[in-house]
Design a protein around this ligand. Structure first.
Ligand SMILES: NC(=O)c1ccc[n+]([C@@H]2O[C@H](COP(=O)([O-])OP(=O)(O)OC[C@H]3O[C@@H](n4cnc5c(N)ncnc54)[C@H](O)[C@@H]3O)[C@@H](O)[C@H]2O)c1
Length: 291
């Protein structure tokens, strides 16, 4: 079996990046979302990334045009998976939503198709069961921004077949990524560490230990992280970060209890870059505005 066609479900922060690197890797891609506005924003984003790649000499005009030609969008999951080789689910980190998408994909995709989820925390064994073909499922955990981050964490469920792992690994490599294989455990390797560090930074902000800018600066310059934990939270989306923490709190215990200030920001609609404001302000007027 060879993967030629990939269906990416969810055209948000991650789905649009996964669609871009998939098309860049030579796959034919269908990007699916319930929102036409999100699909249109995703296409604009992918066109911008493609133009930047041409400007930097990383893509020729012809290969950029081919990349965009390989990309389609749809609001109809059932027909979008009818002839796919691989479904990559990237809908919000909500259990019921993922269940619904994977059940539909499992019902209508061809028998050979493999399934992946970009979940940051949820059990691959559980998600695999919704497809009805658990041997053909693994978590394919990309990082934000997808076109820049080099890793894909492959997380195996109880019944994931070795063939599935190899197919996913090859697909990730065609997308220009390095992979690691991880066994099922809540939060895998990366989300578990990232959630803990990000939550601690929110506790510090709440306690008045330092300003947001100085917490981020201290971690970047003192610990050599490429980004501060608060600016990373804004990039990831504070709602996504909160959902991850709630899940890890439930599965791994009290050290993952979400910081009350993080809960308050999400209640206030301060979700980070995607809503224009999180810990920092990204509107033109905002003092923490960055490009
Ligand atoms: N944001 C990050 O930095 C990051 C990093 C790694 C993994 N993840 C994981 O990736 C997944 C997606 O996160 P995101 O940040 O891209 O979310 P997002 O909110 O930016 O985008 C989710 C998209 O899914 C769409 N959607 C909702 N229900 C749908 C359905 N039934 N069918 C099709 N589309 C639907 C929404 O309209 C939206 O466009 C989550 O599981 C998250 O935990 C996120």
């Amino acid at each position: 079996m060879t993967i030629n066609d990939i269906t990416v479900v969810g055209a948000g922060v991650m789905g649009r990046g996964i669609a871009y690197v998939s098309s860049l890797g030579g796959f034919r891609v269908t990007l699916v979302d319930v929102s036409t506005a999100q699909l249109s924003a995703a296409c604009d984003h992918i066109e911008r990334l493609t133009e930047q790649a041409v400007d930097r000499g990383k893509l020729t005009e012809a290969s950029a045009a081919n990349l965009l030609d390989r990309l389609n969008t749809s609001t109809d999951l059932q027909s979008a998976v009818a002839e796919t080789d691989c479904v990559i689910e990237a809908v919000p980190e909500k259990h019921d939503l993922k269940q619904d998408v994977l059940e539909t994909a499992g019902r209508y995709a061809p028998s050979k198709a493999i399934f992946a989820s970009n979940t940051s925390t949820i059990s691959p064994t559980e998600l695999a069961s919704y497809t009805g073909r658990p041997a053909q499922f693994a978590v394919m955990h990309f990082f934000n921004p997808v076109h820049k981050m080099r890793l894909v964490e492959i997380v195996k469920g109880l019944e994931t077949a070795e063939d599935t792992v190899q197919l996913i690994k090859q697909a990730a490599e065609k997308m220009g990524k390095e992979t690691v294989e991880v066994n099922e455990f809540p939060g895998f390797v990366t989300s578990r560490i990232s959630a803990l560090v990000g939550n601690e930074a929110f506790h510090m902000l709440q306690e008045g230990v330092a300003s947001a800018e100085d917490i981020d600066k201290a971690i970047k310059l003192g610990l050599n992280y490429p980004m501060g934990p608060l600016e990373l939270g804004d990039l990831v989306g504070l709602d996504t970060r909160l959902n991850n923490l709630r899940y890890l709190h439930k599965t791994l215990g009290d050290k993952f209890r979400p910081a009350p200030l993080l809960e308050a920001y999400v209640k206030a609609g301060r979700l980070g870059r995607k809503s224009g404001r999180g810990v920092y302000d990204y509107t033109d007027q905002g003092r923490g505005w960055r490009t």
